[in-house]
Design a protein. Structure first.
Length: 265
């Protein structure tokens, strides 16, 4: 007997369901829009920081007369470092945006994972040596996997780079590779500063850093782990972390040996 209701009209229950679904959709859209706005505002802030520094450095050089050669060089070096920072942020952002386009997907080939890891570690060695950090690789077997070589390289590179950056002088970084019949695992362990418990849930967020000033100083963009996590999820893998402050951190990445990719991020 509801069908004649002059206010709510026919099929009352169905109408209510549609309205509920529509409201749920609106709420979901609002959440998406808020996080998009936050991302854009973060990006703008991050991109502006080096530009502001460059402007200040250039202005103060120009305002001085007869600047001694060493001072001039020092300012120019600082300007160069800020430009490098800007370049790094832009490259990281491009890598993220590229992975966000779900259609871009994975470029799967058959990859020797031990060799790939060796290549990454060779590139990281000079950075580790600068602070006398011992960087070692232990692989328990040969591992061949159907993966996107570039993206998995990026994952290992970001984790090892962090393990070096957030370490102490004379510390160590150990990378361990292993596999069973379904997955291979990459463990990156360090003797570094560790991550406080309340930060662990946030480290994969874009631009999140435990210590902003420290991360900036050592050239962090706050995007490395967001990129790593995206790449892992695209392979239908998992990434986990355990950490003790002042003792060290362990990241464990688990990737299927045969990855047909994932469009659900
Ligand atoms: P960043 O460019 O700042 O290194 P990431 O996304 O790679 O950004 O990491 C986010 C934050 O997580 C870092 O700023 C740092 O505070 C923390 N972090 C990441 N890896 C480690 C680690 N191995 N040891 C201690 N802290 C870490």
């Amino acid at each position: 007997g509801y069908t004649d209701d002059p206010v709510i009209g026919p099929n009352y229950y169905e109408t209510e369901q549609i309205i509920n679904a529509f409201n749920a959709l609106l709420r979901r859209m609002k959440v998406l829009d808020d996080s998009r706005q936050e991302f854009v505002s973060n990006v703008s802030h991050e991109l502006k920081t080096p530009i502001t520094s460059i402007k200040v450095l250039a202005d103060s050089l120009l305002s001085q007369q007869d600047v001694p050669n060493e001072v001039y060089r020092e300012f120019m070096q600082d300007i160069g470092a800020e430009i490098d920072r800007e370049d790094k942020i832009i490259n990281d952002l491009l890598a993220l945006v590229k992975m966000d386009k779900k259609a871009s997907g994975l470029n799967i080939t058959s990859v020797d994972v031990v060799l790939l890891t060796e290549v990454v570690l060779k590139r990281m060695k000079p950075i580790a040596q600068r602070r006398n950090i011992d960087l070692t690789l232990e692989s328990k077997r040969t591992i061949t996997a159907e993966i996107d070589e570039v993206k998995i390289s990026l994952v290992i590179m970001n984790l090892v780079e962090n393990a070096i950056k957030y370490n102490r002088d004379n510390g160590w970084v150990k990378v361990e590779l292993d596999a069973d019949h379904q997955y291979f695992t990459v463990k990156v362990m360090d003797s570094g500063i560790g991550i406080p418990g309340d930060s662990l849930d946030h480290i994969y967020e874009r631009f999140y850093r435990v210590d902003k000033s420290r991360s900036r100083e050592i050239g962090g963009t706050g995007l490395g782990l967001a990129i790593a996590r995206n790449a892992v999820l695209m392979h239908r893998g998992t990434i986990d972390v355990t950490s003790t402050v002042d003792e060290g951190t362990t990241f464990t990445v688990k990737i299927p040996l045969i990855s047909n990719g994932s469009k659900v991020l």
